[in-house]
Design a binder for this molecule. Structure first.
Ligand SMILES: Nc1ncnc2c1ncn2[C@@H]1O[C@H](COP(=O)(O)OP(=O)(O)OP(=O)(O)O)[C@@H](O)[C@H]1O
Length: 294
């Protein structure tokens, strides 16, 4: 069953087409990373999912309902980039206040544990550091036990240790068969913490798959070497090669299988290859290649 469906959704702000004919569906129980450069349309998509922004065209549904209905029914929880916290309340009071607004909230202790707030329970909200305030926002997002959790760049203000703890809490929350969609710029986070990565660029879908598939789609690895005056014809036929660039005698091959490509190059051709370099295309390279392509 689908938790989230975007059907030909677009959003225009004046001259800016922030989301451009976006269609995708997210199966219930999956954790999905929404990846894209600045201005790609991630926050706009999350805003529309929450019913805070109206699409210019197309339709969005959450478990078969319009976003506004899903929010009203407590099906959606969200952690946005800067939600204000009530300064005079302690962390515990604030979390308890919010969870009581929902029909079937999580127990208070469980929320505090998920967000790693045990030691901060008695601290007033106006005395929290940026990273601690983010943890409280996460607690408020899960307090109502929503089936779908939306996180907009959740680890932006967190140090390394806080990040680790945050992801542990997120995985614990998702483990109950819940759906999580998180926006991030951090490719490593997408790689490590999601079942599926959706890359958007300029409001359009640039790639959709597991992190491994996305790396492979952008060519996996590159093999570079110098050929000088020798002809480069036929390099695209080497095993594994997905793209060939030749510039002034310098060749760059993108390959999904480095070993097969090199074997083919050395055993299957008579070329005199110089200055051979093999570089791993990480998710970063894949991401750059994909967002440039689109
Ligand atoms: N209220 C607004 N009015 C006009 N343009 C807007 C508004 N909100 C966003 N935009 C524009 O829409 C585009 C998409 O912005 P959005 O914030 O959704 O991207 P994003 O992927 O979340 O970016 P970032 O990673 O920087 O947070 C950008 O070009 C942005 O400038």
């Amino acid at each position: 069953m689908n938790a989230i469906v975007f059907d030909q959704v677009s959003k225009r702000y004046g001259d800016v087409l922030a989301v451009d004919d976006l269609s995708l569906s997210i199966e219930s129980g999956t954790t999905v990373a929404l990846l894209g450069p600045n201005g790609a349309g991630k926050s706009t998509s999350i805003g529309m999912l929450l019913g805070l922004l109206k699409p210019t065209g197309g339709e969005i549904s959450v478990h078969g309902h319009a976003p506004e209905q899903a929010v009203a029914a407590g099906e959606l929880g969200a952690m946005l980039q800067d939600g204000a916290l009530i300064p005079e309340l302690t962390v515990k009071e604030l979390v308890d206040l919010v969870r009581r607004l929902y029909p079937r909230p999580l127990p208070l202790d469980q929320v505090l544990e998920l967000a790693d707030l045990g030691e901060l329970a008695g601290r007033r909200a106006n005395k929290l550091s940026g990273g601690q305030a983010q943890r409280v926002r996460f607690a408020l997002a899960v307090a109502g036990a929503p089936r779908v959790l939306l996180l907009d760049e959740p680890t932006a203000a967190m140090d390394v240790e806080s990040r680790l703890r945050f992801w542990r809490g997120m995985h614990d929350y998702a483990a109950g068969g819940r759906t999580v969609l998180f926006a991030t710029h951090y490719l490593e986070e997408a790689d490590q913490h999601s079942d599926r990565v959706i890359v958007i660029a300029r409001g359009r879908l640039a790639a959709d798959g597991t992190a491994a598939q996305i790396k492979a789609r952008a060519g996996g690895r590159t093999v570079r070497f110098t050929l000088g005056e020798q002809p480069a014809a036929g390099l695209d036929l080497l095993p594994g090669v997905t793209a060939v660039e030749v510039e002034a005698g310098a060749v760059t091959l993108r390959t999904a299988d480095t070993d097969a490509t090199l074997a083919g190059l050395y055993r299957g051709t008579t070329l005199d290859v110089r200055d051979l370099q093999v570089a791993g295309a990480g998710l970063e390279d894949a991401f750059l290649a994909l967002t440039r392509e689109s």
